[in-house]
Design a protein around this ligand. Structure first.
Ligand code: NDP
Length: 331
């Protein structure tokens, strides 16, 4: 019995990697407690790296990427899971250091799984994926730091991307006024359909300035970009507001950042990690996703794909060309 998987191989001489769909045997799977019949996976920025040259994330080749998957438990040596259970997995370095979800079967540690929350099927769970979980964690962190709709508009950067799209939809559904930063003006209609009421052109926030502060505009921000944009946004956040920093699509530095927003306006910079989130926090976030993310808006973000589309999609996400969320039907 074989199953299909996207396998990345590395040429020992040239160091070049190639990704192609191959048939694998169950005996090829790594040792772990739970075998899952994967139904859907997705494409995140990190997947782009792992489908391609690896970005230092992949430890061993041949490798099966896919940092997220959802499916049905087929066999389990752990009392928490039994055959037939619907499960979702994000993070824990699955798809990087461990074989991931770009396959019809995966074998993983029981600790890494989360039971599918009521109200979400496996396809919807992958329309959410790591990107959506991260967006939810960011919104929860902003709310924990006092963000409420009456405080003013919330900015979402990298808005047409995966994390940004879900953040726009959740915030809008919760009654926030949402301003979306995008470098793709052609995505304005898409972002307004998700619930954005204001579109901010990326170019307005890419110039590095040495100004200590700018006019107070945003009650909060979900930032997927960092770089010059985060340096500027911090200076525009209202007194006592917070920025949830989730990504680095525009660079790993915070360019032009000064201490002034923190010490003169009490601005908070909140770091968000989805990979190593403890189990209970994951359960809370998935329950909030099931209640706070409207399914019709989630569906509007989805671009369907199959295993053989992944080499192309991996390259596209690294260039910032993927809109919203890709859902990969591995079967
Ligand atoms: P996407 O590629 O889907 O979205 C990123 C978006 O950022 C793009 O769509 C684009 O939006 C914008 N962007 C891209 N390049 C630039 C640039 N040079 N300058 C300004 N904006 C840019 O990726 P994801 O949404 O999946 O991930 C976003 C970031 O979050 C990545 O850095 C990723 O590694 C990180 N991440 C972190 C997680 C965590 O746990 N903290 C979890 C998941 C992701 P637009 O076209 O609208 O301008």
């Amino acid at each position: 019995m074989t199953f299909n998987a996207l396998v990345v191989e590395k040429d020992a001489d040239s160091g070049k990697t190639t990704a192609a769909v191959q048939a694998l045997a169950e005996t090829d799977l790594p040792d772990a407690e739970v075998t899952v019949a994967v139904e859907y996976s997705t494409v995140n920025y990190k997947d782009g790296l792992c489908i391609g040259p690896g970005g230092g994330l992949v430890r061993r080749y041949p490798h099966v990427p896919g940092i997220d998957f959802a499916g049905t438990v087929e066999a389990s040596d752990d009392a928490r899971y039994k055959p037939g259970d619907k499960v979702v997995l994000t993070g824990w370095r699955v798809g990087e250091a461990h074989w991931g979800g770009y396959a019809q079967k995966a074998r993983v540690r029981a600790d890494w799984l989360v039971p599918l929350p009521d109200g979400l099927d496996t396809r919807a769970a992958m329309a959410v994926g790591t990107a959506g979980l991260t967006a939810m964690l960011a919104v929860m962190a902003l709310q924990d730091h006092g963000l409420t709709p009456d405080k003013g508009p919330v900015l979402v950067t990298g808005a047409a991307g995966g994390v940004g799209s879900v953040a726009v939809a959740i915030l809008s559904n919760l009654g926030f006024e949402v301003a979306a930063v995008t470098g793709r003006p052609e995505q304005e209609g898409y972002l307004r359909d998700l619930g954005a009421t204001q579109i901010v052109p990326r170019a307005e926030l890419t110039e590095v300035t040495r100004k200590p502060l700018e006019g107070e505009q945003w009650a909060g921000c979900v930032d997927a970009v960092a770089g010059a944009m985060l340096g500027r946004v911090l200076k525009q956040v209202k007194y006592g507001g917070s920025v949830a920093a989730i990504g680095l699509a525009g660079g790993a530095a915070i360019e032009g950042a000064l201490i002034t927003p923190f010490i003169l306006r009490g601005v908070n910079l909140l770091g968000i990690d989805s990979v190593m989130q403890p189990y209970d926090a994951r359960l809370r976030a998935w329950a909030r996703i099931a209640s706070d993310l409207p399914m019709d808006r989630l569906e509007a973000m989805v671009q369907p794909a199959t295993l053989s589309d992944l080499p192309r999609l991996g390259a596209e996400i690294l260039k910032g060309q993927v809109k919203g969320r890709v859902v990969v039907d591995v079967n």
